[in-house]
Design a protein around this ligand. Structure first.
Ligand code: EPZ
Length: 430
């Protein structure tokens, strides 16, 4: 897999059969970081095979942890750490590198790292992370683009997040586990992945209550032992496959899809005329004919409409009847998929944080480019629903969050193949 790999997608094939929803990227990454705090070998099940997971494994090994994968299970032994920093090259590969900050501080009392990379969704500051850790008495200096953190005068107590940041909530949870006393995180993010992290930490001997609500209480100072966890299903991947079936049409069963974690996406799709039913421990999605637009979709922190599904639902409604309006309230620049959808014949205008989608009767296959993870997923959905063949470039973005895309979608009736970067068989690179 290289940067220049591309998908060749023949649109117009309805999706059918069944797909199993993979383990959640945004759950496994903070839990892999948390394993650093456990003295001994932890076991993590249902781990998806993603490039971000491979990056996290590289970070763990750099820190001195022993990591091995057996099928979908990851074994992490952090008994003898030998480093407390993260090399710049690894930091720049993904945003989630920053979750290691709280975990390394809890395990080693000190940490050095540069600013994280990740999808270009506008500025990706970490001020909320730093403010939260400083409220816990952790000293953090920022010089020359590098952070140096020390646990010198730790103090349990209340941490107030100015915004319910997922990452800042998780970093504060991780750091607070090592600080004796009771810490309460106020205005905490409520995403389901945080409940999965709490489940892992409590299985390792921590005492945390309230994940999933706006106040999380951590009774810190207890040494953590190895734990065993199963990663929850990925709700954004589930939302992606729901939208793919809605856009391309068909009758698809999503094994392990949990409606409560994608309730807002299901509501929007049902309003558009898609049938979604709970069946056999998953969700069955049926879609025939043209979808109906007409909704205003505002992204919000969980349990509101997820920002990660905004591009994906927009691609789905690009071919609907009527006008849909999207308001992106979480990230400053999360409409980079719009210009690519317009190349396919979509009629979308953006103004600041608002996108107005006037549904068109058809999308036409053409060359498009993925510019971030979820924009790439959105374009994949659009290509599946388009007439004719599309080439989707820079699919390495998609590899960060979706495992076995080609195999899964072809198994469901799509016609999609991967062309390696240096191979012929695709048009000029973009
Ligand atoms: C997590 O990112 C997810 N990533 C993102 O998913 C998701 O979009 C996001 O939460 C919101 O749900 C992982 O969990 C690995 P935030 P995170 O801190 O923690 C601003 C995907 O596609 N902010 O909740 O980085 C920030 O700029 C990825 O899987 C600050 O200003 O998100 C953004 O506007 C993309 N200062 C907003 O808050 C900070 O210190 C939400 O960010 C931190 C964040």
């Amino acid at each position: 897999m290289t940067e220049k790999d591309r998908f060749i997608i023949e649109g117009g094939h309805p999706l059918g059969g069944h797909l199993r929803v993979q383990g959640a990227k945004n759950s496994v990454l903070p839990i892999m970081a948390a394993a650093v705090m456990c003295r001994g070998e932890s076991r993590i099940d249902n781990v998806p095979d993603l490039s971000d997971v491979r990056t996290a494994i590289s970070i763990l090994r750099h820190l001195g942890a022993k990591v091995r994968r057996e099928g979908a299970s990851l074994y992490v032994d952090a008994s003898s750490l030998t480093a407390h920093d993260i090399p710049d090259g690894l930091m720049r590969r993904m945003r989630s590198s920053v979750f290691f900050l709280g975990a390394i501080l809890a395990a080693c009392g000190r940490c050095e790292m540069s600013y994280p990379g990740g999808c270009e969704l506008g500025p990706r500051p970490i001020d909320l992370h730093i403010d939260a850790l400083r409220e816990l008495g952790i000293s953090i200096s920022e010089e020359g683009g590098r952070l140096t953190a020390r646990v010198e005068h730790p103090r349990a107590g209340d941490v107030h997040l100015a915004f319910p940041s997922v990452g800042a909530t998780e970093n504060a949870m991780l750091a607070a586990c090592a600080i004796p006393g009771t810490t309460r995180i106020r205005n905490a993010a409520r995403e389901p992945e945080i409940r999965n992290l709490q489940e892992f930490l409590n299985a390792a001997g921590a005492c945390i209550l309230g994940a999933g609500s706006e106040t999380i209480e951590i009774r810190g100072g207890r040494p953590l032992h190895p734990a065993h966890i199963r990663i929850m299903p990925d709700r954004i991947v589930a939302a992606t496959w729901l939208c793919a079936a809605a856009a391309a049409g068909g009758d698809l069963f999503l094994d392990e899809a949990e409606e409560e974690t994608v309730a807002t996406v299901c509501r929007s799709l049902r309003r558009a005329g898609v049938r979604i039913d709970r069946e056999r421990g998953g969700l069955r999605v049926r879609s025939t004919g043209r979808l109906r637009g007409g909704e205003v979709i505002r992204t919000q922190p969980y349990p509101g409409f997820p920002t990660d599904a905004q591009a994906i639902l927009m691609a789905t409604l690009a071919k609907s009847e009527g006008v849909s309006i999207f308001v992106e309230n979480i990230f400053d620049s999360r409409f980079r998929h719009v210009s690519e959808l317009v190349r396919m014949g979509a009629n979308i205008r953006t103004e600041g944080r608002t996108a107005v989608v006037c549904g068109v009767p058809r999308l036409c296959g053409c060359e498009v480019c993925a510019c971030d993870l979820r924009a790439g997923a959105a374009l994949c959905v659009a290509c599946l629903a388009a007439e004719g063949e599309s080439t989707l470039f820079h699919v390495s973005h998609i590899d960060r969050g979706y495992e076995n895309v080609i195999q899964l979608l072809n198994q469901a009736g799509a016609s999609i193949r991967r062309v390696a970067g240096e191979e012929e068989g695709g048009k000029s690179g973009m």
